[in-house]
Design a binder for this molecule. Structure first.
Ligand code: ZN
Length: 290
């Protein structure tokens, strides 16, 4: 059974680089049946950003890439912007910890403005290092995450969080951290989630599951909201480091081929969860390829 013609197929978290595969990767995504990309910003140069202008350039690059994809393919793109939280770890030795924190906060304000002026739909990635760091750096990262939540509350948008893998208590403490800043858990997405957790153990936080086959099979029957993502990096120097951009449509096709009931479950990651978390209902506009 092919994909239902009105079902959007969305990769909830990917990165693309204008000097690497870029638009071509989006074209490949469309050819596999994909319709929407949530395009997360990234550092496009090897150097860590050291000024607000560096972040301004970065967000502009993401927006221009999104424009190029919209004009050259059938894929709809929504931008997700924020200073990458790990930048703090690398900027601190160069400019000092307090300047690095201040830079993250200014860049978060800039990202909040991108959302308010409708050039982006969420703050992300924000969060904490997925590897051990010194106590002072960890504390600074937590402070910046609190700041990110307050910016998200002001911009009234979802927050896409980068962190180590979380278990039930981890989801709970993230939900509490968001609530203290006035962001409800249903607007907080744990990106790169690699283990299936029942809704009762997620404290209202929304997992964006890595679209590995076994994980997709595990979560497809479960309660929403949840998303699927590849975290595609578009980095020829790191082939196979993450899933390919065609993965989400391929998984969707495999599920839909099991029959109409299975296809119906795809409403959760591609329609209902977007409506719940982002407040918007994705629709298929162009012709479906496969
Ligand atoms: Zn990412």
């Amino acid at each position: 059974m092919p994909l239902p013609s009105d079902l959007p197929i969305i990769d909830h978290h990917c990165h693309l680089h204008p000097n690497h595969e870029g638009v071509g990767a989006a074209r490949r995504f469309a050819a596999a049946g994909g319709t929407h990309l949530m395009l997360a910003t990234q550092n496009y140069t090897a150097a860590v950003p050291r000024s607000l202008d560096d972040y301004r350039d970065q967000f502009d690059t993401t927006r221009r890439l999104a424009d190029a994809i919209r004009s050259q393919t059938e894929v709809e793109v929504k931008c997700v912007v924020a200073p990458y939280p790990i930048d703090l770890v690398h900027a601190a030795p160069l400019i000092g910890l307090s300047a690095a924190v201040a830079l993250q906060e200014e860049a978060l304000e800039l990202a909040g403005r991108e959302v308010r002026e409708q050039r982006a739909v969420a703050l992300g990635e924000v969060g904490t290092p997925h590897f051990p760091v010194g106590e002072d750096i960890q504390a600074a990262c937590n402070r910046v995450l609190d700041y990110a939540f307050s910016v998200a509350r002001g911009a009234d948008c979802p927050v896409v969080v980068h962190s180590a893998e979380l278990d039930g208590p981890g989801y709970r403490s993230l939900a509490e951290r968001g609530s203290r800043a006035g962001v409800r858990p249903g607007r907080i997405v744990k990106h790169y989630a690699r283990s299936a957790l029942p809704a009762a153990e997620r404290s209202g936080i929304v997992p964006s599951y890595l679209a590995r086959r076994t994980l997709v099979d595990q979560v497809t029957g479960g309660d929403g909201p949840w998303f699927l993502e590849t975290d595609f990096l578009d980095d020829p120097a790191r082939p196979g480091a993450v899933l390919d951009l065609a993965t989400v449509p391929r998984r969707a096709l495999a599920i839909a081929s099991k029959g109409p009931d299975a296809a119906e479950r795809l409403q959760i990651p591609f329609v209902a969860s977007f409506r719940e978390v982002y407040g918007w209902t994705p629709e298929v506009s162009g012709p479906r390829v496969p």
